[in-house]
Each structure stands twice: as C-alpha cells, then as structure tokens.
Design a protein around this ligand. Sequence first.
Ligand code: G3H
Ligand code: ZN
Length: 286
Amino acid sequence: PLVSMKEMLETAKAEGYAVGQFNLNNLEFTQAILQAAQEENSPVILGVSEGAARYMGGFVTVVTIVEALMAEYEVTVPVAIHLDHGSSFEKCVEAIYAGFTSVMIDGSHHPLEENIAVTKKVVDVAHALGISVEAELGRIGGQEDDLIVDDAEAAYAIPAECDELIRATNVDCFAPALGSVHGPYKGEPNLGFDRMKEVSELTAVPLVLHGGTGIPTKDIQKAISLGTAKINVNTESQISSAKAVRETLANDAEMYDPRKYMGPAREAIKETVKGKMREFGSSQKA
Ligand code: G3H
Ligand code: ZN
C-alpha cells in the first residue's frame, strides 16, 4: 500500500535498520524499484525530485504511474512517494495535492529562522493530511538536478540548530548535512559521525543520510547505529543502468529497439536496489 514514511522510519529506527529512498528517473526506474521492493519484501521510499517529476510528465503523472504499477505487480510492501528536496511550500503542496504521501522541504539554503518558518508551514499542511515531512540543515555538497552546492558552500549542520528546528517544526525525519555528497565522492567520504551522534542524542526523530552512493558498508552501519533510518540513493542506480545500456548497445551496432537496451538497464537498477536493501537491512522487514 501507499503510505507515509512516518511509521516505516520509526520501526526501522527502533529495529536498527534503514529504509532506502531510491530516486525515480523514468518508467524503468519505477518498475525496477517497485519490483525490487516486492521481491525483497522490503519497505521502500520512491524519491522524486522536482527535475525528475518534470521529466516524467509532472507530479500527477508520477503518482498515476506508481499506482498503476503497484496494482499490476500486486505490491503488498509499504511504499511511500516522497518529494525529494522540495524547493518551496508551494511545490510541497502541489506534490501533496497530486497524491504524494511524503515531502521533503529543503530550506537548507535559508538562514535558520527562515528554514524553520517554511518547514513549519509545510508540516502544518502535511500533518493535517497524514503526509510525512523531512527537513534539512547544513548543506549537502555535489549536484542533484537543479541543486548544485560547491565545496566552499557545503556545510556541516550544527547540532544545537538541528535540535531547535526539530522541536519547532515537529518534522517526521531529519537530514543533517554531515559531509555526504550528491553524486560520486572524490575519494573516501568523510562523514561527521561525532555530530551525527550529538544530533541523535538530542532528538528521537529518525535521521536521513543523503548521497548514499559510494558510502562504504562500515559507514552505512555506523550511521544506522547512530539513528539513521533513511538512506537516499540515486547516482548508483543511474550508473548501473547507464553501464547496462552502454554495454548492450556496444555489443550490437544494429540494435535500435529501446526495449532491448532499456530492459537490461531495468534489470541492472533492480539488482542495485536489491543490494542496497540487503545492505541497509530492510530486506524481509515489510
Ligand atoms: O536526495 C537524493 C540523494 O541524496 C541521492 O544521492 O545520488 O549521491 O545517491 P546520490
Ligand atoms: Zn539528497
């Protein structure tokens, strides 16, 4: 069923695993992620950035595709459709109106007071409708669609500010930027576990780790042990799907039927997602 993230993340945190947010890019991603979740018997969060929604035909189109596939595949695991890095109150409301069950309001580029104000506004509307909300503080480096944060701008969240935002807004989960990066890492990721521990001790809210691509398993496990219950992955599925397309087309210069090269891409995404579900510990937890 389509549900908000609230219950799945609270259960995950209590039981010591994380639910993956896997981002949608097109129909094949949607198919692959839903199939992976059902086959792994895992709860799943479908992440939809504003850019991906635009590409796929808008929020309503995304919800319609997800609902139709869930019926077709007879999906029984909990699925949340989540707006990833929502850029404004208006965008969050638009997504909720289209049928999203969860939204992120990313006010991390605003000063703290403004971030709190916009997050609170989104929470008031969302919670009245049973929709979960994620907020962010600090700035996650790298690039995802329209969101570009260079090295100089990337900033670690300050624990006392995190506590203040969470208390003032009543968000359901919270993403403190602690050195993770969107897209591939340059070298080994250097996550701020000391601060993650501090934030975790200040709040009961499940934490979110963005930039899940390329983080070593030991760091994933450490993050989970410090209260991380949601891990976002996009680039890794994109890389595996692009690799499958490249290899398939390189093997046959005469190939032109998209089903013949997008089919293997879909399989590659599915395998990547299943691997993450096992690594995050959400397999067999639906
Ligand atoms: O919000 C989405 C993510 O944080 C994805 O990060 O593309 O580095 O896996 P990634
Ligand atoms: Zn992100």
